[in-house]
Design a protein around this ligand. Structure first.
Ligand code: PMP
Length: 423
Protein backbone atom coordinates (compact mmCIF):
# COMPACT_ATOMS: atom_id res chain seq x y z
CA UNK A 1 0.00 0.00 0.00
CA UNK A 2 1.21 3.51 -0.84
CA UNK A 3 0.47 5.25 2.44
CA UNK A 4 0.50 8.76 0.96
CA UNK A 5 -1.89 7.85 -1.89
CA UNK A 6 -4.18 6.09 0.58
CA UNK A 7 -4.01 9.03 3.01
CA UNK A 8 -5.16 11.40 0.27
CA UNK A 9 -8.46 9.54 0.17
CA UNK A 10 -9.12 10.26 3.83
CA UNK A 11 -7.17 13.41 4.72
CA UNK A 12 -7.12 16.57 2.56
CA UNK A 13 -3.91 16.34 0.53
CA UNK A 14 -2.93 13.33 2.61
CA UNK A 15 -1.51 15.58 5.33
CA UNK A 16 -2.53 17.33 8.52
CA UNK A 17 -0.52 20.47 7.73
CA UNK A 18 -0.02 21.68 4.14
CA UNK A 19 3.77 22.04 3.70
CA UNK A 20 4.26 18.37 4.60
CA UNK A 21 2.73 17.37 1.26
CA UNK A 22 5.87 18.49 -0.67
CA UNK A 23 3.61 20.68 -2.83
CA UNK A 24 6.28 23.24 -3.64
CA UNK A 25 9.18 20.81 -4.16
CA UNK A 26 7.28 18.05 -5.98
CA UNK A 27 7.45 14.34 -5.36
CA UNK A 28 6.00 12.38 -2.51
CA UNK A 29 6.66 13.04 1.16
CA UNK A 30 8.76 10.63 3.16
CA UNK A 31 6.56 8.61 5.52
CA UNK A 32 8.25 8.60 8.90
CA UNK A 33 8.41 5.60 11.14
CA UNK A 34 10.55 6.82 14.02
CA UNK A 35 13.05 9.36 15.25
CA UNK A 36 16.05 8.88 17.47
CA UNK A 37 18.53 11.61 18.40
CA UNK A 38 19.58 13.47 15.26
CA UNK A 39 18.02 10.94 12.89
CA UNK A 40 14.66 10.02 11.48
CA UNK A 41 13.81 6.74 9.74
CA UNK A 42 11.20 6.21 7.06
CA UNK A 43 8.93 3.19 6.75
CA UNK A 44 11.47 1.47 4.49
CA UNK A 45 14.16 1.88 7.13
CA UNK A 46 16.11 4.62 5.30
CA UNK A 47 17.97 6.92 7.69
CA UNK A 48 18.10 10.71 7.41
CA UNK A 49 19.97 13.32 9.44
CA UNK A 50 17.11 15.59 10.41
CA UNK A 51 17.28 19.38 10.39
CA UNK A 52 13.51 19.92 10.51
CA UNK A 53 13.29 18.74 14.12
CA UNK A 54 9.49 18.75 13.90
CA UNK A 55 9.72 22.38 12.64
CA UNK A 56 11.64 23.55 15.68
CA UNK A 57 10.42 21.91 18.90
CA UNK A 58 13.04 19.18 19.14
CA UNK A 59 16.01 21.19 20.37
CA UNK A 60 17.20 18.06 22.21
CA UNK A 61 16.70 15.83 19.17
CA UNK A 62 14.20 13.02 18.72
CA UNK A 63 12.94 10.98 21.66
CA UNK A 64 15.44 12.34 24.14
CA UNK A 65 15.70 9.66 26.81
CA UNK A 66 15.11 12.08 29.70
CA UNK A 67 11.93 13.47 28.15
CA UNK A 68 10.69 9.97 27.32
CA UNK A 69 11.40 8.75 30.85
CA UNK A 70 9.49 11.66 32.35
CA UNK A 71 6.56 11.07 30.00
CA UNK A 72 6.40 7.40 30.97
CA UNK A 73 6.31 8.33 34.64
CA UNK A 74 3.58 10.90 34.18
CA UNK A 75 1.37 8.83 31.86
CA UNK A 76 0.98 6.21 34.58
CA UNK A 77 -1.07 8.75 36.50
CA UNK A 78 -3.44 9.63 33.68
CA UNK A 79 -3.36 11.73 30.52
CA UNK A 80 -5.69 14.63 31.18
CA UNK A 81 -7.86 15.93 33.98
CA UNK A 82 -9.05 19.37 32.96
CA UNK A 83 -8.24 20.40 36.50
CA UNK A 84 -5.22 22.11 38.04
CA UNK A 85 -2.04 20.09 38.52
CA UNK A 86 1.34 20.81 40.05
CA UNK A 87 2.98 20.26 36.66
CA UNK A 88 1.29 23.36 35.24
CA UNK A 89 2.71 25.45 38.05
CA UNK A 90 6.16 24.01 37.51
CA UNK A 91 6.21 24.84 33.79
CA UNK A 92 4.73 28.30 34.39
CA UNK A 93 7.48 29.04 36.93
CA UNK A 94 10.19 27.93 34.52
CA UNK A 95 8.78 30.16 31.76
CA UNK A 96 8.53 33.17 34.07
CA UNK A 97 12.04 32.50 35.29
CA UNK A 98 13.55 32.16 31.79
CA UNK A 99 11.71 34.75 29.68
CA UNK A 100 12.52 38.27 30.88
CA UNK A 101 9.25 40.06 30.08
CA UNK A 102 6.87 37.31 31.20
CA UNK A 103 5.38 37.73 34.67
CA UNK A 104 2.35 35.50 34.11
CA UNK A 105 1.65 32.85 31.50
CA UNK A 106 -1.34 30.90 30.18
CA UNK A 107 -0.86 27.50 28.48
CA UNK A 108 -2.75 26.58 25.31
CA UNK A 109 -2.36 23.76 22.77
CA UNK A 110 -0.69 25.34 19.73
CA UNK A 111 1.09 28.41 18.50
CA UNK A 112 -1.98 29.45 16.54
CA UNK A 113 -4.05 29.46 19.70
CA UNK A 114 -1.39 31.38 21.61
CA UNK A 115 -1.26 34.17 19.04
CA UNK A 116 -5.02 34.32 18.56
CA UNK A 117 -5.45 34.73 22.32
CA UNK A 118 -2.67 37.31 22.68
CA UNK A 119 -4.24 39.44 19.94
CA UNK A 120 -7.64 39.27 21.63
CA UNK A 121 -6.02 40.33 24.88
CA UNK A 122 -4.16 43.22 23.24
CA UNK A 123 -7.39 44.44 21.65
CA UNK A 124 -9.22 44.24 24.96
CA UNK A 125 -6.43 45.92 26.91
CA UNK A 126 -6.10 48.87 24.54
CA UNK A 127 -9.75 48.97 23.54
CA UNK A 128 -8.59 49.27 19.92
CA UNK A 129 -9.31 47.05 16.93
CA UNK A 130 -6.51 47.29 14.38
CA UNK A 131 -3.30 45.30 14.46
CA UNK A 132 -0.04 45.58 12.53
CA UNK A 133 1.82 42.54 11.26
CA UNK A 134 4.71 42.20 8.84
CA UNK A 135 4.50 40.77 5.37
CA UNK A 136 6.00 37.28 5.28
CA UNK A 137 5.75 36.72 9.03
CA UNK A 138 3.58 33.77 10.01
CA UNK A 139 1.64 33.71 13.23
CA UNK A 140 -0.58 30.67 12.81
CA UNK A 141 -3.80 30.36 10.89
CA UNK A 142 -6.34 32.31 12.94
CA UNK A 143 -8.45 34.67 10.82
CA UNK A 144 -6.80 37.95 11.75
CA UNK A 145 -3.31 36.62 11.10
CA UNK A 146 -3.80 34.84 7.81
CA UNK A 147 -3.20 38.01 5.90
CA UNK A 148 0.00 38.23 3.84
CA UNK A 149 1.42 35.40 5.93
CA UNK A 150 4.61 33.40 5.53
CA UNK A 151 5.37 29.68 5.92
CA UNK A 152 3.01 27.29 4.11
CA UNK A 153 0.74 30.15 3.13
CA UNK A 154 3.66 31.70 1.29
CA UNK A 155 4.95 28.38 -0.03
CA UNK A 156 1.61 27.73 -1.70
CA UNK A 157 1.32 31.31 -2.83
CA UNK A 158 -1.77 31.79 -0.65
CA UNK A 159 -0.56 34.40 1.82
CA UNK A 160 -4.16 35.37 2.40
CA UNK A 161 -6.95 32.83 2.50
CA UNK A 162 -10.49 32.58 1.22
CA UNK A 163 -12.79 32.16 4.18
CA UNK A 164 -11.25 35.08 6.04
CA UNK A 165 -13.93 37.77 5.78
CA UNK A 166 -12.73 41.01 4.23
CA UNK A 167 -14.08 42.78 7.31
CA UNK A 168 -11.57 40.88 9.50
CA UNK A 169 -8.67 41.24 7.09
CA UNK A 170 -9.25 45.01 6.95
CA UNK A 171 -8.28 45.25 10.62
CA UNK A 172 -4.88 43.67 9.93
CA UNK A 173 -2.45 46.25 8.57
CA UNK A 174 0.71 45.14 6.84
CA UNK A 175 4.16 46.65 7.33
CA UNK A 176 7.51 45.69 5.79
CA UNK A 177 9.91 43.72 7.97
CA UNK A 178 13.07 45.71 8.77
CA UNK A 179 11.45 48.94 7.57
CA UNK A 180 10.50 51.10 10.55
CA UNK A 181 9.18 53.87 8.29
CA UNK A 182 6.48 51.52 6.99
CA UNK A 183 5.31 51.01 10.59
CA UNK A 184 5.39 54.73 11.37
CA UNK A 185 3.27 55.41 8.30
CA UNK A 186 0.59 52.96 9.46
CA UNK A 187 0.54 54.49 12.92
CA UNK A 188 0.16 57.93 11.39
CA UNK A 189 -2.68 56.89 9.11
CA UNK A 190 -4.49 55.07 11.93
CA UNK A 191 -3.93 57.38 14.87
CA UNK A 192 -5.16 55.90 18.16
CA UNK A 193 -6.57 52.81 16.45
CA UNK A 194 -3.69 50.29 16.64
CA UNK A 195 -3.99 47.74 19.42
CA UNK A 196 -0.70 46.01 18.83
CA UNK A 197 2.22 45.25 16.58
CA UNK A 198 3.05 41.56 16.29
CA UNK A 199 6.41 40.44 14.97
CA UNK A 200 8.66 37.41 14.72
CA UNK A 201 11.77 39.09 16.19
CA UNK A 202 13.82 36.96 13.82
CA UNK A 203 11.62 36.12 10.88
CA UNK A 204 11.61 32.35 10.43
CA UNK A 205 8.74 31.82 8.03
CA UNK A 206 10.10 33.56 4.93
CA UNK A 207 13.32 31.65 5.28
CA UNK A 208 15.38 33.22 8.05
CA UNK A 209 15.61 37.01 7.99
CA UNK A 210 17.47 38.79 10.77
CA UNK A 211 16.36 42.12 12.23
CA UNK A 212 18.63 44.99 11.25
CA UNK A 213 20.53 46.70 14.05
CA UNK A 214 18.17 48.91 16.02
CA UNK A 215 15.00 47.84 14.21
CA UNK A 216 13.43 46.01 17.17
CA UNK A 217 14.41 48.78 19.58
CA UNK A 218 12.80 51.41 17.37
CA UNK A 219 9.69 49.26 17.16
CA UNK A 220 9.57 48.96 20.94
CA UNK A 221 9.80 52.74 21.33
CA UNK A 222 7.29 53.45 18.62
CA UNK A 223 4.73 51.12 20.22
CA UNK A 224 5.26 52.72 23.60
CA UNK A 225 4.79 56.25 22.19
CA UNK A 226 1.65 55.22 20.33
CA UNK A 227 0.06 53.34 23.24
CA UNK A 228 0.07 50.07 21.29
CA UNK A 229 1.28 46.77 22.69
CA UNK A 230 4.34 45.07 21.24
CA UNK A 231 3.83 41.32 20.85
CA UNK A 232 6.88 39.17 20.22
CA UNK A 233 5.89 35.95 18.51
CA UNK A 234 8.68 33.78 19.89
CA UNK A 235 7.15 30.49 18.82
CA UNK A 236 10.35 29.74 16.91
CA UNK A 237 12.87 31.99 18.67
CA UNK A 238 11.74 31.26 22.24
CA UNK A 239 14.29 29.00 24.00
CA UNK A 240 16.05 28.78 20.59
CA UNK A 241 18.16 31.94 20.39
CA UNK A 242 18.81 31.82 24.12
CA UNK A 243 17.14 30.63 27.30
CA UNK A 244 15.16 33.86 27.35
CA UNK A 245 14.50 33.89 23.62
CA UNK A 246 14.97 36.78 21.19
CA UNK A 247 13.91 39.35 23.78
CA UNK A 248 16.85 38.42 25.96
CA UNK A 249 19.15 38.11 22.96
CA UNK A 250 18.32 41.60 21.63
CA UNK A 251 17.45 43.26 24.95
CA UNK A 252 13.84 44.15 24.15
CA UNK A 253 10.94 44.24 26.57
CA UNK A 254 7.74 43.27 24.70
CA UNK A 255 4.36 43.63 26.39
CA UNK A 256 3.21 40.16 25.40
CA UNK A 257 5.05 37.09 24.16
CA UNK A 258 3.74 34.03 22.40
CA UNK A 259 5.51 30.71 22.76
CA UNK A 260 5.15 27.29 21.18
CA UNK A 261 7.31 24.50 19.78
CA UNK A 262 10.21 24.04 22.27
CA UNK A 263 8.01 24.83 25.27
CA UNK A 264 6.17 21.55 24.65
CA UNK A 265 9.28 19.42 24.10
CA UNK A 266 7.59 17.83 21.07
CA UNK A 267 4.08 17.63 22.53
CA UNK A 268 1.29 20.05 21.60
CA UNK A 269 1.75 23.20 23.67
CA UNK A 270 1.54 26.91 23.09
CA UNK A 271 1.58 29.71 25.63
CA UNK A 272 1.13 33.43 25.89
CA UNK A 273 2.37 35.60 28.65
CA UNK A 274 3.53 39.03 29.65
CA UNK A 275 3.09 41.77 32.14
CA UNK A 276 0.91 40.87 35.10
CA UNK A 277 -1.30 43.89 34.65
CA UNK A 278 -2.21 42.74 31.12
CA UNK A 279 -2.41 39.01 31.85
CA UNK A 280 -4.78 39.62 34.73
CA UNK A 281 -7.37 40.67 32.18
CA UNK A 282 -7.62 37.01 31.13
CA UNK A 283 -10.58 34.96 32.39
CA UNK A 284 -11.34 34.02 35.16
CA UNK A 285 -9.55 36.97 36.82
CA UNK A 286 -10.57 39.34 34.06
CA UNK A 287 -13.17 39.58 31.30
CA UNK A 288 -11.13 38.34 28.28
CA UNK A 289 -12.36 34.83 27.59
CA UNK A 290 -9.99 32.06 26.59
CA UNK A 291 -10.16 28.37 27.54
CA UNK A 292 -9.11 24.83 26.55
CA UNK A 293 -10.20 21.29 27.44
CA UNK A 294 -6.69 19.87 27.08
CA UNK A 295 -4.77 23.03 28.00
CA UNK A 296 -2.02 22.34 30.49
CA UNK A 297 -2.45 18.59 30.18
CA UNK A 298 0.09 16.62 32.22
CA UNK A 299 1.90 14.96 29.32
CA UNK A 300 2.54 18.18 27.46
CA UNK A 301 3.57 19.92 30.68
CA UNK A 302 5.95 17.10 31.60
CA UNK A 303 7.72 17.16 28.22
CA UNK A 304 8.01 20.94 28.46
CA UNK A 305 9.34 20.90 31.99
CA UNK A 306 11.97 18.29 31.24
CA UNK A 307 13.09 20.09 28.09
CA UNK A 308 13.28 23.52 29.72
CA UNK A 309 15.20 22.14 32.69
CA UNK A 310 17.84 20.72 30.36
CA UNK A 311 18.10 24.04 28.50
CA UNK A 312 18.82 25.69 31.83
CA UNK A 313 21.91 23.60 32.47
CA UNK A 314 25.17 25.57 32.34
CA UNK A 315 26.77 25.67 28.91
CA UNK A 316 23.74 24.38 27.00
CA UNK A 317 23.57 27.28 24.55
CA UNK A 318 27.35 27.48 24.20
CA UNK A 319 27.36 23.83 23.15
CA UNK A 320 24.47 24.25 20.77
CA UNK A 321 26.03 27.36 19.23
CA UNK A 322 29.33 25.55 18.69
CA UNK A 323 27.54 22.77 16.82
CA UNK A 324 25.52 25.20 14.74
CA UNK A 325 28.51 27.39 13.91
CA UNK A 326 30.47 24.37 12.74
CA UNK A 327 27.69 23.62 10.26
CA UNK A 328 27.15 27.21 9.14
CA UNK A 329 30.89 27.73 8.65
CA UNK A 330 31.07 24.51 6.65
CA UNK A 331 28.24 25.66 4.41
CA UNK A 332 29.92 29.04 4.00
CA UNK A 333 33.18 27.38 2.96
CA UNK A 334 31.32 25.22 0.44
CA UNK A 335 29.73 28.25 -1.17
CA UNK A 336 33.11 29.95 -1.35
CA UNK A 337 34.84 26.91 -2.85
CA UNK A 338 32.21 26.71 -5.56
CA UNK A 339 32.19 30.47 -6.04
CA UNK A 340 28.48 30.69 -5.30
CA UNK A 341 27.01 33.92 -3.96
CA UNK A 342 23.77 32.63 -2.42
CA UNK A 343 22.51 34.46 0.63
CA UNK A 344 22.97 32.47 3.80
CA UNK A 345 21.33 33.79 6.95
CA UNK A 346 21.95 32.23 10.32
CA UNK A 347 21.59 33.09 13.96
CA UNK A 348 22.45 30.67 16.75
CA UNK A 349 20.96 27.28 15.78
CA UNK A 350 18.60 28.40 13.00
CA UNK A 351 19.51 29.18 9.39
CA UNK A 352 18.41 29.34 5.78
CA UNK A 353 20.24 29.31 2.46
CA UNK A 354 18.39 31.32 -0.16
CA UNK A 355 18.76 30.56 -3.84
CA UNK A 356 19.30 34.23 -4.48
CA UNK A 357 22.58 36.06 -4.86
CA UNK A 358 23.56 38.77 -2.43
CA UNK A 359 21.74 39.49 0.80
CA UNK A 360 18.27 38.76 2.08
CA UNK A 361 17.16 41.47 4.49
CA UNK A 362 13.49 41.78 3.66
CA UNK A 363 10.46 39.88 2.42
CA UNK A 364 10.99 41.38 -1.04
CA UNK A 365 14.53 39.96 -1.10
CA UNK A 366 13.37 36.55 0.14
CA UNK A 367 10.74 36.06 -2.53
CA UNK A 368 13.30 36.65 -5.26
CA UNK A 369 14.74 33.23 -4.42
CA UNK A 370 14.69 30.62 -7.15
CA UNK A 371 12.30 28.04 -5.72
CA UNK A 372 12.94 25.63 -8.62
CA UNK A 373 16.61 25.49 -7.69
CA UNK A 374 15.60 25.02 -4.07
CA UNK A 375 13.39 22.06 -5.02
CA UNK A 376 16.27 20.40 -6.90
CA UNK A 377 18.64 21.03 -4.00
CA UNK A 378 16.11 19.73 -1.48
CA UNK A 379 15.57 16.44 -3.30
CA UNK A 380 19.27 15.82 -3.84
CA UNK A 381 19.96 16.41 -0.14
CA UNK A 382 17.08 14.13 0.80
CA UNK A 383 18.27 11.36 -1.52
CA UNK A 384 21.67 11.55 0.15
CA UNK A 385 20.11 11.28 3.61
CA UNK A 386 19.72 14.88 4.80
CA UNK A 387 16.22 15.98 5.72
CA UNK A 388 15.47 19.70 5.28
CA UNK A 389 12.13 21.49 5.37
CA UNK A 390 10.46 21.03 1.98
CA UNK A 391 10.24 24.74 1.23
CA UNK A 392 12.62 27.61 0.53
CA UNK A 393 10.70 29.71 3.05
CA UNK A 394 11.48 27.77 6.21
CA UNK A 395 14.35 27.52 8.68
CA UNK A 396 16.67 24.61 9.36
CA UNK A 397 17.46 23.78 12.97
CA UNK A 398 20.45 22.23 14.71
CA UNK A 399 19.69 20.24 17.85
CA UNK A 400 21.83 19.08 20.75
CA UNK A 401 21.61 15.58 19.32
CA UNK A 402 23.58 16.43 16.18
CA UNK A 403 27.04 14.90 16.54
CA UNK A 404 30.26 16.12 14.96
CA UNK A 405 29.99 13.16 12.61
CA UNK A 406 26.45 14.23 11.56
CA UNK A 407 27.60 17.78 10.94
CA UNK A 408 30.67 16.75 8.96
CA UNK A 409 28.63 14.35 6.86
CA UNK A 410 26.06 17.07 6.20
CA UNK A 411 28.74 19.56 5.12
CA UNK A 412 30.12 16.96 2.70
CA UNK A 413 26.69 16.18 1.26
CA UNK A 414 25.94 19.90 0.95
CA UNK A 415 29.16 20.35 -1.06
CA UNK A 416 28.49 17.34 -3.31
CA UNK A 417 24.94 18.53 -3.95
CA UNK A 418 25.92 22.08 -4.87
CA UNK A 419 28.77 20.72 -7.02
CA UNK A 420 26.37 18.50 -8.94
CA UNK A 421 24.08 21.46 -9.50
CA UNK A 422 26.57 24.23 -10.20
CA UNK A 423 30.09 22.75 -10.36
N1 PMP B 1 4.05 31.68 14.99
C1 PMP B 1 5.21 31.31 14.45
C2 PMP B 1 6.36 32.26 14.45
C3 PMP B 1 5.34 30.04 13.89
O1 PMP B 1 6.51 29.67 13.33
C4 PMP B 1 4.25 29.15 13.93
C5 PMP B 1 4.31 27.75 13.35
N2 PMP B 1 5.34 27.45 12.54
C6 PMP B 1 3.05 29.58 14.51
C7 PMP B 1 2.98 30.85 15.03
C8 PMP B 1 1.86 28.69 14.59
O2 PMP B 1 2.09 27.65 15.49
P1 PMP B 1 1.28 26.26 15.37
O3 PMP B 1 1.68 25.65 14.08
O4 PMP B 1 1.71 25.50 16.58
O5 PMP B 1 -0.16 26.62 15.41
Amino acid sequence: MNIFEESKKFIPGGVNSPVRAFGSVGGEPVIIKKGEGSKIYDIDGKEYIDYVCSWGPLILGHSDYRVVKKLKEVIENGTSFGAPTELELELAKLVVDYVPSIEMVRMVNSGTEAVMSAIRLARAYTNRKKIIKFEGCYHGHSDSLLVKAGSGALTFNQPSSPGVPEEFAKLTLIADYNDIESVKKLFMENKGEIACVIIEPVAGNMGVVLPKDGFLKELEELCKNEGALLIFDEIITGFRLSKGGAQEYFGINPDLTTLGKIIGGGLPVGAYGGKKEIMEMVSPVGPVYQAGTLSGNPLAMAAGIETLKILGEPGFYDNLRAKANKLWEGFGENLKRLNLKFAFNSIESMACMFFKDGQVESFKDAVQSDTKLFAEFFHKMLDKGVNLAPSQFEAMFVSMAHSDEDLEKTIKIHFETLKEMFG
